[in-house]
Design a protein around this ligand. Sequence first.
Ligand code: ADP
Length: 274
Amino acid sequence: VASADRTDRPVLLARPRREHTGTPVVRVEDVDKSFGDNTVLSDVDLDVHEGEVVVVIGPSGSGKTTLLRTLNHLESVDSGRVEINGALMGYKLDDSGKPHDLSDAEVSRQRREVGMVFQRFNLFPHRTSVENVLLAPTALRLRGAVDRAGALDLLERVGLREHADKYPHQLSGGQQQRVAIARAIAMNPKVLLFDEPTSALDPELVGEVLGTIADLADEGRTMVVVTHEMRLARDVADWVVFMEDGRVAAQGPPDEVLGTGATPRVARFLQQVD
Ligand code: ADP
């Protein structure tokens, strides 16, 4: 996935933003978000370019999940902008310059561009694996979405072809999560979001899901992954974002943010999670 401009750069230079041409797939600009008195996101900026894997890490409560959810209309923002593929995502400005929500139809159209994988799989319990993969496109009545043969191909890609006709309760947590990943890519989204995709899994099942995510990275998919799994940050990320208290406290290539150049705060965090 690493592009030439990334590998050619000297690693130790402080670089608050990458240099890329073209419209980023995801652009977050100056986003603020509070729940009541609790400021959860402050001045957050983030660009994610085509084919890039951005891994978001940081202590619990730092705003990682909220940030991810703003990319899919699961949370609104109080100010700032979120764009997917250059299209404003959810937050049109009204005449007074304040953001307001889009219509339901606009929201569902925009959501098709974004695939989401949740911590707790969220499969339909009374549907088989292949039906689960087919259901998302059916619900959205997508033209060009996968048919049954396409859904079986997707299950093959996550190593579950032989489990196509099983129900979620007949699968391990790792297998269920891989079905959820197949379902997310069935919509052929511009960007895939992962919200702590391995944290509900028994430790021995984490590796298979990390492997599937690494395969998607190798395919050049654009992804934003919130995780406590430092293997993802170190081995799969092109860019690591460290959040603290609702702010992006450090960001850069993994060898810079997590390596010898780590800030004292990041180093302390790494000692706790590793
Ligand atoms: P992280 O993913 O880094 O653990 P979150 O984004 O889940 O952080 O949460 C950040 C803060 O926002 C926390 O203080 C949390 O309690 C608060 N929060 C998250 N979602 C809601 C909500 N729907 N209503 C009120 N507070 C929330």
